[in-house]
Write a protein that binds this ligand. Structure first.
Ligand code: TRP
Ligand code: ZN
Length: 879
């Protein structure tokens, strides 16, 4: 199968390039018609490079108009270019300067990789392989070079000219043009290059580092949106201070600029000294942004800032090492949020996200290791596994080493690898060295795909006063990995005595047990605790200390006991989830609920709501039953999403309807007249109130449907208004169509708020939704080149509306497949991402499975599919 392997790139084939580019001089002449780029690359042969070794540079959609070495034009026979490369046949075996001139068409660049225009602004996105769309280059992360950039552009349309590093010159360039020169003293890979030219407003501020250096901060945006950037600026300053406090890392340039653009394939990009952001992760004001938006902005601003040390100063040797920077930086941003807000609430939300996005990926046809060893299209590996599982692996390392040991390793990492492009092996080596610890087996976490299943059962021997835990771990095969090894699992735990207090034990044997952590590094273990006076209830995997699926022999009574008494807030939350899950799975399997079981769960929710020790944000998370996608994953095979929807609906009504009175009372009491503030406490209050609203509406208790329309009408911020809209639309109350229409007319002119309407519209779990989405897409005014709009409408349908996407008649599958075929011609990254929604197909019941397969096979027959989409499609069908 030649077509399937011809583009495959393997980690084992990594070799350094025979030449290095050590410095880069770029001259951009930007005009409305096109952009000319003159590049002067200072090239050196690597030691040992044989005479006559060609220099092969990457290039994509470039028009080459001149080429010279050390000022002398090259003869046509001295070089060759094709669709994706430029070869210098026999370069000099000494330092030389290669000069090329190319022309680009940013205006027609709808892939949004390389140099493109977004609402008139010229901007770039180079990670991972976009720089080759700007000039011929060694577009690989292990080539570090210093960059100097001169750019000229029309003064009227582009008064703002930005690039990486420091501004060293600017002035008039004649003919209505002006110019600026930027220099970045830090050697960097090309994927961190950035340039912006446009007519932009800005806000500015400054930050003084711990060592007393003053850094000028600015955020650039569309005119008129400046005030909406203040929260992002506040988040940036807090991020800078936190990285000094927590990791001893200071910022290193004199300026730090952020630019918000409307057309962007991802969330944001950490270009050195010039971060570029999707504007949805910058703009915030109370009447258009939700609490979730505020928190997301804070998190991503922090994430991109933290990349300056984990990603930029220390970068990746090759793209297989992507999680070296992404997993570690996600871990760092999670810690930032935990320190700034509530650690327990952050952990619970992150695990909800991990289970919703990463676990299905790891258990489906697209499963891959956190460090893959092969790829056809690297853009398809910016995944939940690389990011979120990558962060879990770093978190386990921190758990195993302890806070001080982890910090020692991080300090050594920064000290030893600053200025390098390195690997996962080098990362693990510093922790092993700093702590005198063997991490060989731990490394398997990076190499092995799949979510381990951990099974625990316990027994108590009253006569001998011993308590035994039997643990097993197993990872099922994933594509390309038929057999799996045992992983190192840090399992934090505690034993709880009959009175609800922690229980001590005399001795322990059978596995490594440190204070309150079992380290399971074999397929199974039996751990015996001696001197245990009563049968305890075990609290296992506290804080979700390892990313596994845990099954225990705990009864519903045990779980509800944990929900009341566990000192670990994560496990209190988890216990309620487990009880809800068990009931949902029973019902899916046709096993009726006992009244006692329903009442026990309902009472536990009632106690949670009434508690005066739990905070609002925690209560908001705890008052829930597992999402449909979680129930589907737990059921695992022959899934019928409509049945799961029906079961979950029934469960919500059964356990929350009896609580209608206390819930309504609490809902009314939580109303607030205070002006909007995005802090953790106010956010928690709104979260609980809106959760209660959702549950009241869903429980269909008398009079609750009108609560949503009332809250919608009276809302004084977007958090409350959107929650009311979503509650109505999710239950499709009689008011829902009117509220949707009102929202559209009120906010339709603001694209970021329109996105919320698109998502709510696409998430309605009832017939008619496909027709509504199709009508929106068919409107010629709907911008099919904007990733935010497309993802809000069709991405949220494919990922977040299982009953309609996986309709029995296959209409949902066909609709998404047709959409992918169409958008693939405009923006392959967006198309490929939406296509991943099909990953649930192997676990569906046979009728839906066949329908999904037919839609996928039909898509495969489309000619001219991008490598992005073809790669996902092939893996989806093979898995
Ligand atoms: N490195 C970016 C991050 O912080 C990810 C990213 C931004 C990206 N833009 C991209 C990845 C475009 C692929 C393509 O996570
Ligand atoms: Zn990142």
């Amino acid at each position: 199968m030649r077509t399937e392997t011809e583009h495959t790139i393997f980690l084992k084939d990594y070799t350094p390039s025979p030449y290095r580019i050590v410095s880069v001089d770029l001259d951009f002449r930007i005009t409305a018609a096109n952009t000319r780029v003159v590049a002067q690359l200072t090239v050196e042969p690597r030691e040992g490079t044989a005479p006559g070794t060609p220099l092969v540079l990457d290039g994509d959609e470039l028009t080459l108009t001149s080429i010279a070495i050390d000022g002398a034009p090259l003869a046509v026979s001295a070089y060759a270019s094709d669709a994706d490369s430029l070869t210098i046949v026999e370069p000099p075996l000494r330092r030389f300067v290669l000069e090329t001139e190319v022309f680009l068409q940013p205006e027609g660049n709808t892939k949004l990789m390389g140099l493109y225009r977004s609402s008139g602004t010229w901007c770039t996105q180079c990670e991972p392989e976009g720089f080759r769309r700007i000039t011929y280059y060694l577009d690989r992360p292990d080539n570090l070079a210093t960059f100097k950039v001169r750019m000229s552009a029309p003064l009227d349309v582009a008064p703002v000219l930005l690039a990486n590093g420091n501004l060293i010159d600017k002035g008039d360039a004649g003919d209505g043009l002006h110019y600026a020169v930027w220099e970045d003293p830090f050697p960097k890979p090309a994927y961190l290059f950035a340039l912006v030219a446009g007519d932009l407003g800005s806000i500015s501020d400054s930050f003084t580092t711990a060592s007393g250096r003053k850094v000028a901060l600015a955020i650039y945006c569309t005119h008129g949106k400046e005030e909406q950037c203040l929260w992002a600026m506040d988040s940036l300053k807090r991020s800078m201070a936190w990285d000094e406090r927590r990791f001893g890392r200071e910022y290193d340039l004199d300026v730090f600029n952020i630019v918000a653009v409307s057309d962007f394939n991802f969330g944001a990009m950490e270009n050195k000294g010039l971060n570029i952001f999707n504007d949805r992760l910058v703009f915030a004001q109370p009447d258009t942004a939700t609490d979730g938006d505020y928190e997301g902005i804070e998190r991503v601003i922090a994430h991109e800032y933290f990349h300056n040390w984990t990603g930029n100063r220390i970068t990746c040797r090759d793209w297989f090492q992507l999680c070296l920077k992404e997993g570690l930086t996600v871990y760092r941003d999670q810690e930032f949020t935990s320190d700034e807000r509530s650690r327990a609430v952050k952990r619970i939300s992150d695990v909800v996200g991990l289970r919703a996005a990463q676990f299905p990926e790891d258990g489906g046809p697209l499963a891959h290791p956190a460090r893959p060893d092969q790829y056809r299209e690297i853009n398809n590996f910016y995944t939940a596994t690389v990011y979120e599982k990558g962060a879990e692996i770093v978190r386990m390392l921190a758990t195993l080493l302890g806070e001080a040991g982890f910090r020692k390793g991080m300090d050594l990492y920064f000290e030893r690898h600053d200025g390098e492009a390195t690997t996962i092996e080098a990362f693990l080596a510093v922790f092993a060295e700093a702590n005198g610890m063997d991490l060989d087996q731990f490394k398997t976490w990076y190499l092995q795909a799949g979510t381990p299943r951990v099974t625990v059962s316990d027994s108590y021997d009253a006569a001998r006063q011993t308590y035994t835990l039997k643990l097993d771990q197993e990872t099922l095969p994933t594509p390309g990995q038929p057999t799996k090894e045992a992983l190192v699992l840090p399992i934090k735990f505690g034993l709880i005595g009959p009175n609800g207090s922690p229980m001590a034990w005399g001795g322990v044997s059978g596995a490594e047990v440190r204070d309150e952590m079992i380290v399971l590094d074999k397929a199974s273990a039996e751990i015996t605790f001696t001197g245990v006076p009563n049968k305890p209830v075990p609290s296992l995997l506290r804080g979700f200390s390892a990313p596994v699926n845990l099954t225990t022999n705990l009864t519903q009574d045990d779980q509800l006991f944990l929900a009341r008494h566990d000192s670990d807030p994560f496990n209190r939350w988890q216990a309620l989830q487990d009880v809800g899950m068990a009931l949902a799975v029973d019902a899916v399997n046709g096993k009726p609920w006992s009244d006692a079981a329903i009442k026990a769960l309902s009472d536990a929710f009632g106690d949670t709501l009434a508690s005066d020790t739990l905070d609002d944000a925690f209560k908001a998370l705890a008052l829930s039953v597992p999402a449909e996608s979680q129930i589907a994953r737990t059921v695992g095979k022959d899934v019928d999403p409509s049945r799961i929807h029906e079961v979950r609906d029934r469960l919500v009504k059964a356990v929350f309807e009896p609580l209608a009175v206390p819930m309504l009372r609490a809902y009314l009491k939580l109303a607030s007249d205070l002006p909007y503030a995005p802090d953790a406490a106010s956010t928690g209050r709104r979260a609980l109130r809106n959760r209660l609203l959702g549950l009241l509406v869903a429980s269909e208790a008398a009079g609750t449907a009108s609560l949503a329309s009332q809250q919608y009408a009276e809302a004084r911020n977007m958090t409350d208004r959107l929650a009311a809209l979503a509650a109505s639309a999710g239950a499709w109350t009689s008011d829902a169509p009117a509220l949707l229409a009102d929202f559209r007319s009120r906010f339709g002119a603001d694209p970021l708020v329109l996105d919320k309407w698109l998502t709510v519209t696409a998430s309605v779990p009832f017939d008619g939704v496909i027709e509504r989405i199709a009508a929106i897409l068919a409107d010629p005014a709907f911008p099919k080149t904007n990733p935010n709009r497309l993802r809000s409408l069709v991405g949220s349908f494919a990922m977040g509306n299982p009953t309609q996407f996986a309709r029995a008649d296959g209409a949902g599958f066909r609709f998404v497949a047709d959409f992918v075929a169409e958008v693939d011609k405009i923006n392959p990254q967006v198309a490929a991402r939406v296509l991943t929604g099909f990953r649930i197909w192997p676990m569906l019941e046979s009728g839906r499975r066949e329908a999904a397969k037919a839609a996928l096979t039909g898509l495969q027959g489309t000619s001219g599919l991008s490598r992005n989409t073809a790669d996902i499609l092939t893996r989806m069908l093979a898995g």
